[in-house]
Ligand binder design. Structure first.
Ligand code: GZL
Length: 323
């Protein structure tokens, strides 16, 4: 019952556009986690939000969640609200890597630890965040490149043209998935990257990018599509199939995430490889929160285990499943 009243108080404080400074916390007060989620742009993000919410509930922590709808300024405002409310821990997924030093300096001065979840920040001051938990996107990019090399060796053609659909510009997954992929193919004369367009991790923009590319290149000029997330890839499939182009056969497709609709398309032969990126970070985040509140050391960087699913695998295996 007490928690319900605290929840109502939290909502009233937020509704009033601000938060009262809390008096000193009692040891029995529930831990309050301020969580700034960057948006709802993909199934990955929806699953990620659910994971954080469910884990907070399971741990008995009060979650103050704010959805920034893809706006960095809304994330910054939310973090400032968490500071004024004096939450115990701030968790956020930075939509882009830059522009966080000022607000995170305010959190540091307030003595509130910050956990980066899913995406990293670019800063000269590593003390502005206590821990990062999320994918190693550089490794994901390398895994996409490794699949391409293996596939190209089997095709045994002398040359391949690649187009890339990248995620949100200056976000960690966009930068690192591109970096890892390009490092693998760098120096291999068989590969030419014709173009890289940003689809912002959105299905609708993935469609737009594919239409734009097919305005510039004929289908037989494109051998490979490397798409930074399944949402954009599903948009690509819609466009290709509408034009009678067989995805996974006429054009090889590598995607990232592993949402159910994409894994189903993989099993149907429409996608050739999916580099898994798990959205299920809630448990790991709340483990870090618990350790911090107990005064324990925490690892600066934590990566989840992730897999690669491809047409080189037995796709009927139960382990090949989407989120
Ligand atoms: C990955 C995450 C990315 C997903 C996209 O770490 O930040 O953002 O790959 C999501 O689906 O939009």
């Amino acid at each position: 019952m007490k928690r319900i009243w605290l929840g109502i108080l939290v909502l009233l404080l937020f509704a009033a556009g601000g938060c009262q400074k809390q008096t000193e916390k009692t040891d029995t007060a529930p831990i309050v986690v301020g969580f700034s989620q960057l948006g709802s742009e993909s199934s990955w993000r929806i699953a990620n939000t659910q994971s954080i919410s469910e884990a907070a509930k399971a741990y008995g922590y009060d979650l103050m969640m704010s959805n920034a709808n893809q706006k960095q300024e809304k994330q910054i405002a939310a973090i400032r609200s968490f500071i004024s409310y004096r939450v115990d821990v701030i968790v956020f997924s930075p939509i882009v890597e830059t522009g966080w030093d000022n607000v995170l300096t305010e959190a540091k001065k307030a003595g509130i630890p910050v956990i980066l979840m899913d995406r990293m920040i670019e800063t000269d001051d590593e003390t502005l965040y206590t821990a990062f938990v999320g994918a190693d996107c550089y490794l994901e990019g390398r895994r996409a490149g490794d699949y391409l090399l293996r596939w190209a060796d089997v095709q045994a053609k002398p040359h391949y043209n690649i187009v890339e659909l990248s995620g949100t510009v200056d976000s960690t997954p966009m930068r690192e998935r591109q970096h890892g992929f390009m490092d693998v193919i760098d120096g291999d004369a068989r590969f030419t990257v014709l173009e890289s367009l940003s689809g912002d991790f959105l299905r609708s923009k993935g469609e737009e990018c594919m239409k734009e590319l097919l305005d510039r290149y004929s289908a037989d000029q494109i051998d490979v599509i490397y798409s930074h997330n399944d949402a954009m890839t599903l948009g690509v499939l819609d466009v290709l199939q509408a034009r009678g182009i067989e995805p996974g056969k006429d054009i090889m497709i590598i995607s990232v995430d592993g949402e159910k609709a994409a894994v189903d398309a993989l099993k149907a032969g429409k996608i050739n490889c999916i580099v898994q990126c798990t959205p299920h970070l809630g448990e790991a985040v709340m483990e870090l929160v618990t350790a911090l509140k107990q005064g324990n050391e925490v690892p600066k960087i934590s990566y989840p285990d992730e897999k690669v699913f491809s047409d080189f695998d037995d796709l009927t295996a139960p382990s090949v499943e989407g989120f």
